[in-house]
Write a protein that binds this ligand. Structure first.
Ligand SMILES: Nc1ncnc2c1ncn2[C@@H]1O[C@H](COP(=O)(O)OP(=O)(O)OP(=O)(O)O)[C@@H](O)[C@H]1O
Ligand SMILES: O=P(O)(O)OC[C@H]1O[C@H](OP(=O)(O)OP(=O)(O)O)[C@H](O)[C@@H]1O
Length: 219
């Protein structure tokens, strides 16, 4: 008999796109959870339970095994470096992580970089031998160079609208971002049938342009 799969779903901008993918895969998850305050959605007929979490917390629930699988942006995975398996590139919520500055930015001696991603940013500048002070912010990162808090920022770019409207320029792309399906290491073995079945269902509806199966899982 198949077991219940617990899925950590990110609230916010990924939710609707992810729910759409599940729907296309034949899993009748509601798409309008934003309108409710319910945090756990049970789907007994699909043998699934959805935990609605803050996006940055999804890998924490999965690492601790209170969720078997989860959906999370590659940006969060890179920053948090949690002990989870990355199973599929879902190809949704596509954007990129970039270094951004005012157009007249010049390399100086004491450089400050503001970001929501201090680990990603520190590693990037360390690898390039650039000494910078990293300042962690939690949102509206583009404000930092505009008001003199930082010289540059490391942040996400999707359409480029935020940069254009605030007179900033993208200097270098660090990596591309899409949402990923992740799994708890123990669940991956104990619920292998259920997880494999879900992966198969999702793979059928993922845009074919996405190089999907991630081949990093070691036995
Ligand atoms: N502009 C964007 N375009 C596409 N995807 C984005 C964009 N910004 C973020 N994302 C992706 O969506 C994920 C969740 O972003 P979202 O803004 O919903 O959560 P958040 O940053 O934790 O916000 P909040 O703190 O308001 O909950 C990010 O981790 C990233 O993978
Ligand atoms: O290229 P664009 O399409 O303009 O998208 C990029 C913006 O989207 C994200 O911000 P978010 O909407 O999450 O708001 P935040 O400032 O609260 O992080 C990101 O941090 C950029 O500011």
């Amino acid at each position: 008999m198949s077991q219940i799969l617990k899925v950590a779903m990110p609230k916010g901008r990924i939710y609707k796109k992810a729910a759409q993918l599940f729907l296309q895969a034949g899993i009748p998850i509601p798409t309008d959870v934003d309108e409710s305050r319910k945090l756990i959605v049970e789907l007994p007929e699909a043998k699934m339970e959805f935990i609605l979490a803050k996006p940055v917390d999804v890998p924490i629930y999965v690492e601790h095994g209170v969720a078997d699988i989860g959906i999370v942006g590659k940006d969060v995975l890179m920053e948090e470096n949690r002990d989870v398996y990355e199973l599929l590139d879902l190809g949704i919520a596509r954007c990129r992580m970039s270094v951004i500055a005012l157009p007249d930015w010049q390399p100086g001696i004491q450089q400050r970089v503001a970001t929501k991603y201090p680990n990603v940013a520190s590693q990037y500048f360390r690898e390039r031998g650039q000494q910078v002070e990293v300042i962690k912010l939690n949102g509206s990162i583009e404000l930092a160079p505009m008001i003199g808090l930082a010289d540059r920022i490391v942040d996400m770019v999707e359409t480029g609208q935020t940069l254009r409207e605030n007179g900033l320029v993208e200097m270098e792309e660090l990596f591309g971002i899409t949402s990923r399906l992740i799994a708890n290491r123990v669940s991956y073995r104990m619920k292998s049938e259920e997880i494999q079945q879900l992966c198969d269902q999702l793979q059928k509806v993922i845009q074919p342009s996405v190089a999907n199966e991630i081949q990093e899982i070691q036995s």
